[in-house]
Write a new protein. Structure first.
Length: 73
């Protein structure tokens, strides 16, 4: 399986749409991924977000549950 096999075309959500989704959904029902650098993550991140820096993304895609929607920022 290649790196691109993990990605499907998706629409872009506004911040408001993401907020509404997060409010209406159980944290166990989605992957919330912060792809920034560790220092940026430590300065502040969305509650429940997991740090997965962009540079590590290809090597750590197996950490994600592919059956759940994934929101990245």
């Amino acid at each position: 399986m290649g790196f691109m096999d993990y990605f499907k075309p998706v629409s872009t959500w506004t911040a408001g749409e993401v907020r509404a989704f997060l409010r209406q959904s159980s944290p166990e029902s989605y992957n919330l991924i912060d792809v920034r650098q560790p220092g940026e993550y430590e300065d502040g991140h969305l509650p429940g977000a997991r740090l997965l820096p962009m540079a590590e993304l290809a090597d750590r895609l197996g950490d994600l549950d592919r059956s759940k929607p994934t929101i990245t920022y």
